[in-house]
Design a protein around this ligand. Sequence first.
Ligand SMILES: *Cc1c(COP(=O)(O)O)cnc(C)c1O
Length: 219
Amino acid sequence: MSLQDITARIVKAETAAGRDAGSVKLIAVSKVQPNERVQAVLDQGHRCFGENRVQEAAGKWPGFRDQFSDIDLHLIGPLQTNKARQAIELFSTIHSVDRPKLAKTLARLAQEVGTCPALFIQVNTGEEEQKAGILPADADAFIADCRNLDLPIQGLMCIPPVDEEPSLHFALLAKIAERNGLTGLSMGMSGDFEQAIALGATHVRVGSAIFGERVKPAE
Ligand SMILES: *Cc1c(COP(=O)(O)O)cnc(C)c1O
């Protein structure tokens, strides 16, 4: 696979779903990938990337930003409150708002800094013990709380359980978003982004299908 192949498959999935070509944002997930691979994708003109750790992104991206001024960086992994300020400075979008304490911290920092990234609330659609995210039953109330804090909530994000049919989780996420008047849906990875697009994904997060297998584990 390559960036070109994935882009072509996205357009095909958009068209099949009766959606405009180019309506889905491709986040190239570059976590733990060697810099040469990231450079190759940048050289092909792609500018939107996802990282799951603040520390790793802070080490990797300033150098690339010296070369390209229009890099659009998304945080897709869990965010500790003590890294929230750094995350606000590095990322255009945070996909992992998953608990009240983080929401309050982001609201306070947004006031201080005078700007806030676009935010997605992570929903633990599979209700998995080890996974981050708000439980589906608590999502409506949490979305309301975030709005009361004036946070710029753009949509919802999920990571389906590895051994379940992802479409069920994408459909659930879409339903929660719709009843809350949210239009952003961050869902779909290398193995299932076409299904996610069929169910309304606005942002897909694709790593290994673009860059190749990760050289070392991500966490
Ligand atoms: C690593 C990661 C991805 C990309 O996974 P691939 O299977 O390599 O496409 C997407 N979303 C999140 C939250 C991730 O951590």
